[in-house]
Design a protein around this ligand. Structure first.
Ligand SMILES: CC(C)(COP(=O)(O)OP(=O)(O)OC[C@H]1O[C@@H](n2cnc3c(N)ncnc32)[C@H](O)[C@@H]1O)[C@@H](O)C(=O)NCCC(=O)NCCS
Ligand SMILES: Nc1ncnc2c1ncn2[C@@H]1O[C@H](COP(=O)(O)OP(=O)(O)OP(=O)(O)O)[C@@H](O)[C@H]1O
Length: 199
């Protein structure tokens, strides 16, 4: 079974993804893939530099992620420009990894994709698992984790579809407002309901 794990920024996807990894599931992580496809020397990084200029390149020639984030999270048309360049590369690499894991014979594969709904990737997966939190908790955890101001955190949250919409579209929802233990119990119950819990 191919499970799509999603949510919104700072809702707890990586936390759940780490739990799944510890349970033994293979994970394809879109955020990691998004870093690999823009490594120094890649064609994708060159295309991004052509559009956004040398200012988004750090002294060592790698992508200055903070700088590019400042630009795209405060400007929807710039964000679209970046997405149009980088998303095809991310999709291709994720599908390549999925094929590789299928060939290796893994019965269950997790695809951790923050923008699963925004990028309309529902057809890539068989079940959709959404990790959600209240708006207040999301804002609080994002500001604490990334040291963002209220304004910076809100800009990032508003770059994505509301969690309330994602919850409605999900096959199952994990409510991550409580303890990590509560989150893990919910996760195991869902995996068991789907008959994919690794004993
Ligand atoms: C702009 C970049 C360089 C900022 O890097 P930074 O290290 O600060 O953030 P990171 O990559 O860890 O992303 C953190 C979270 O931001 C959110 N996010 C990232 N990109 C986007 C986007 N284009 N639109 C909406 N939300 C986004 C996701 O929830 C993601 O989990 C980076 O986010 C990026 O390359 N974004 C485009 C690729 C993309 O869409 N990635 C999301 C997963 S497919
Ligand atoms: N149940 C919880 N209790 C306390 N803190 C939590 C809990 N779940 C997550 N956190 C913390 O909240 C922050 C956001 O969680 P996490 O990094 O898992 O979110 P994410 O959805 O993967 O975010 P992103 O989309 O930015 O990658 C982290 O600092 C994490 O340690």
């Amino acid at each position: 079974m191919i499970i799509g794990l999603t949510g919104s920024i700072a809702s707890g996807k990586s936390t759940v993804s780490n739990m799944l990894k510890a349970l033994g599931y293979p994970i394809i992580d879109a955020d990691i893939v998004a870093r690999v496809v823009v490594e120094k020397g890649t064609e994708t990084l060159e295309m991004i530099t052509e559009v956004f200029g040398q200012e988004i390149i750090a002294e060592d020639g790698s992508l200055n992620r903070g700088k590019l984030g400042e630009i795209i999270f405060s400007n929807p048309s710039k964000r679209k420009q970046l997405n149009d360049i980088i998303h095809p590369a991310i999709r291709a690499e994720m599908l390549r990894q999925k094929e590789e894991l299928l060939m290796e014979g893994h019965p269950t594969i997790i695809m951790d994709i923050p923008l699963l709904f925004e990028s309309k990737l529902q057809s890539y997966v068989e079940k959709i698992l959404v990790v959600t939190v209240t708006e207040e908790m999301q804002l609080e955890r994002l500001m604490a984790r990334n040291n963002f101001t209220l304004e910076e955190a809100k800009a990032r949250i508003q770059s994505q579809l509301p969690l309330s919409i994602k919850e409605k579209e999900a096959d199952a929802v994990i409510y991550n407002n409580g303890t990590l233990d509560s989150t893990e119990q919910q996760l195991k119950k869902i995996l068991s309901d789907w008959n994919v819990l690794i004993a």
